[in-house]
Write a protein that binds this ligand. Structure first.
Ligand code: ADQ
Length: 483
């Protein structure tokens, strides 16, 4: 029986080791949920790195870990600390991540990183090949594994390979600056179907293929080494029911069932019943536009002083890649801005920004989504942005206003949100005012459409559509071969 194999940099599980005792917790992120429907459709396997390096594990533990991982229908790719430094922190997050988000000044062109990227993609390929037979379907995820489709196709031409990029694909003018541009494109073209969040990313990719590899493209098809491959956009959705049901359950909580955070939010509401809460949630990443957002908030308070003591901005930043220098600088800048703005405007009764620098459990995310009247999501670049979608899904009474950056892939499907250019402080501040003053009827009119779309195009649907399109490319090959 043919299998479906999913490959991503990280396996969807967390492993903790305490005195030689292993605990595995499956992660509940969006991708894992979407893949569940693919996983459940028959025999399937998820391949990726376990989160533990070779240095973390002695021989005894390796076997234990691998057996435990196998029981979760997963297989681990073994990586060393050096791989992690050069492949993950290096080429993936110091070269591709900044470049694909148009942060050229942060992009490192290091031969050593590139060598490691090739080696680690080879390690992934070896693990995939060990588990793959002719006729299997393989779905590779994201920018850490751009070379993998090519490596697999070369040795298993009779497999069906899909690739999905979760971040933007940059314009040709940016991508062309990369010394290893041909190799990366050739690696990606090992896939039979290439998926992107938006049509623009797809268009940028096709343009690079035409201009760098000089290949012919016909609409969204590319003829490459005797195959016809297809490129398409598949905007990723969320587990709508999970967020919606959690919000419904949350709204029925008795006072005793409420979390400490919710109790604090309620206390705030009681002390200032006409005050509103503004929310932003993101990983602390320079692509998410956090300093811009804070400056726009400062501009807002300076220019619309009637909102002093009437708004509270809850800024939740999740620690991320904190050993990369740019992220350390961003942390410092964010801390300083929050301190300065709070220092400038705070009164005895009021602190304008509540800043949390930590990860929060799911139930607290729901507390925040359901309690805040406005979500202010202002990335300077973002492949999609699922937080925007999660916020709307939890608004069970259909109230709440989403202020969303045009630079997020999500903006393409969320036209009823208030769209802003994150670099235009005046516009962001003016839009924030509009959001805070928007009549409830208008909020509902906008959210009805947004919710309907999110419900229809859930993450399960997204995964299903991708798999369907991948199957269709297989048929395309048969037609061409049999002509
Ligand atoms: P990310 O850059 O991580 O993802 P995003 O799409 O917003 O960004 O997803 C973040 C996820 O983490 C959300 O599901 C959110 O609920 C969760 N999360 C955020 N803050 C949290 C917190 N404090 N505690 C716990 N969980 C938290 C990348 C790309 C995006 C793209 C996704 C999916 O950069 O553009 O949308 O992949 O393709």
């Amino acid at each position: 029986m043919n299998k479906t194999i999913i490959v991503s940099n990280r396996l969807p599980l967390q492993i903790t080791i305490n005195d030689n005792n292993l605990a595995i917790t499956p992660s509940v992120g969006g991708l894992a949920t979407g893949m569940k429907s693919v996983h459940e459709g028959g025999e399937s396997l998820w391949i990726g790195w376990s989160g533990l390096t070779e240095e973390d594990l002695d021989n005894d533990l390796v076997e234990k870990v691998n057996n435990a991982i196998a029981r979760e229908d997963c297989a681990a790719v073994s990586l060393t600390q050096k791989d992690l430094d050069n492949f993950y922190y290096g080429f993936s997050n110091n070269t591709l991540w900044p470049m694909f988000h148009y942060f050229m000044e942060y992009t490192a062109f290091e031969g050593e990183y590139w060598e490691s990227y090739k080696e680690v993609n080879r390690k992934f390929a070896d693990t995939v090949l060990q588990h793959t037979d002719d006729g299997d379907t393989i779905w590779v995820h994201d920018y850490q594994l751009l070379l993998l489709p090519g490596l697999i196709k070369k040795e298993r031409p009779n497999t069906s390979i899909g690739f999905f990029l979760h971040i933007p694909f940059p314009s040709y003018e940016v991508f062309r600056t990369l010394p290893w541009r041909e190799e990366l494109l050739n690696g990606m073209l090992g896939a039979d179907l290439l998926g992107f969040h938006t049509y623009d990313y797809e268009r940028h990719f096709l343009s690079s293929v035409r201009r760098i590899l000089r290949l012919d493209t016909h609409f969204n098809e590319i003829s490459y080494q005797g195959r016809t491959l297809r490129v398409d956009s598949f905007p990723m959705g969320i587990d709508y029911d999970k967020f919606r049901n959690a919000a419904i359950a949350h709204n029925k909580q008795t006072p005793e069932q409420k979390s400490d955070l919710q109790k604090r939010l309620d206390a705030h509401l009681q002390s200032a019943p006409d005050a509103k809460m503004i929310l932003s949630i993101d990983r602390l990443d320079y692509t998410k536009g956090i300093p811009n957002r804070l400056r726009a908030f400062e501009y807002f308070l300076d220019n619309y002083p009637q909102f002093k003591e009437k708004v509270r901005f809850i800024l939740l930043a999740v620690p991320s890649r904190s050993n990369v220098p740019q992220y350390q600088l961003l942390k410092k800048e964010t801390d300083e801005l929050v301190g300065r703005i709070n220092g400038k405007f705070a009164t005895v009764n009021w602190t304008p920004i509540w800043y949390f620098y930590r990860s929060m459990p799911f139930e607290n995310l729901i507390d925040l989504y359901t309690s805040c009247e406005v979500a202010l999501i202002t990335p300077v670049r973002d492949g999609m942005n699922l937080v925007a979608k999660e916020y709307i899904a939890t608004r069970t009474d259909k109230d709440g206003v989403l202020v969303l950056s045009e630079m997020a892939g999500a903006a393409k499907e969320m036209n009823e949100a208030l769209l802003i250019n994150p670099n235009n402080f005046e516009q962001v501040a003016g839009t924030l005012k509009k959001a805070l003053e928007m009549p409830e009827e208008e909020q509902k009119e906008r959210n009805i459409f947004l919710q309907q779309r999110l419900e229809r195009y859930s993450v399960e649907k997204w995964a299903g559509e991708f798999m369907k399109a991948l199957k269709a490319t297989k048929t395309l090959h048969h037609v061409i071969v049999s002509k």
